[in-house]
Design a protein around this ligand. Structure first.
Ligand code: ZN
Length: 287
């Protein structure tokens, strides 16, 4: 017994990470109509700064490349974060990903990742709502926050739109969820697109936060879902519509909700405290 204890102590000294294994995150990118070469390192850095995660990056071939060669080993990770909005993956990669989430793997969709794969049914079920990619009412209803609850709206039309980029107020709609617990009810998000009129299967949406899409910024005049979660098989999914570019990603609100969302998708829990510099309703805070 004494010898076993001694070996364990030596192991802990040699490998401090042994004491609390970090959560393995796979960030997927490689194609996006957004500047993924700039934003992926930001996503990796803000996750690793928590001390909770190690992040590997799987970069697909560029558009026109051989997508059959892109087959990330999803199953080696606890959670996949997507910064990908490009051509369809191979059937094999899609099947691997579906199997991964169904079996309990976490998935986090960041901003334009919800523009990807309009024809991939399981993916759209995971993200619940998506935009662009020629999405219309055929891809499902919109979801709006009206009279205190999230409702679907099956009016025909395009899926996905945003007005002028601006800083806007986020409103927490569930303060008991691990991702939003302890965060202010209202907080200012820095210079970003405010996605509206997303469409999709819209099934089992657990709404965390909305933002008001004002008509004077080119929006809908409705409260739009911004942060939401669901369960797909045994897997947890967190969808953040925020994060158009590096500027938007400087927002402490974006950073903290991403850090928490990734931990929750991976483990079902959030151990991170709300940061002291989290924005309030008055002004944005940046890092
Ligand atoms: Zn964007």
């Amino acid at each position: 017994m004494l010898l076993n204890s001694l070996v364990l102590i030596l192991a802990l000294c040699a490998f401090p990470g042994f004491a609390a294994a970090k959560i393995r995150v796979l960030l997927v990118d490689g194609q996006n109509n957004h500047k993924w070469v700039e934003t992926s390192p930001v996503i990796k850095r803000v996750l690793e700064e928590t001390g909770l995660f190690t992040v590997d990056v799987a970069t697909s071939p560029a558009k026109g490349g051989d997508m059959a060669s892109f087959r990330p080993k999803f199953a080696d990770y606890k959670v996949v974060v997507s910064n990908y909005n490009g051509v369809p993956w191979s059937d094999a990669a899609k099947a691997d990903f579906e199997k991964f989430v169904r079996a309990g793997g976490g998935f986090v969709s960041v901003h334009a990742a919800d523009n990807a794969f309009p024809e991939w049914a399981a993916y759209n079920e995971m993200i619940m709502l998506g935009g662009w990619g020629d999405r219309t009412e055929k891809h499902g209803p919109m979801a709006k926050f009206r009279d205190g609850k999230l409702v679907t709206d099956d009016r025909p039309g395009k899926g996905g739109h945003h007005g002028k980029r601006h800083s806007y107020e986020m409103v927490t709609r569930d303060s008991k969820h691990p991702i939003t617990r302890g965060l202010p009810e209202k907080w200012m998000h820095n210079m970003d697109e405010l996605y509206d009129s997303l469409r999709g299967p819209a099934k089992n949406i657990h709404l965390l936060a909305t933002a008001f899409s004002a008509k004077d910024t080119g929006g809908t005049g409705e409260h739009e879902p911004m942060l939401f979660t669901t369960q797909f098989g045994k897997g947890r999914v967190f969808h953040t519509t925020l994060g158009h570019d590096v500027e938007a990603m400087k927002c402490v609100g974006f950073i903290a909700t991403l850090q928490r969302g990734v931990e929750w998708a991976a483990t079902g829990k959030v151990t991170q405290k709300a940061p002291a510099d989290f924005p309030g309703a008055e002004k944005v805070t940046l890092r």
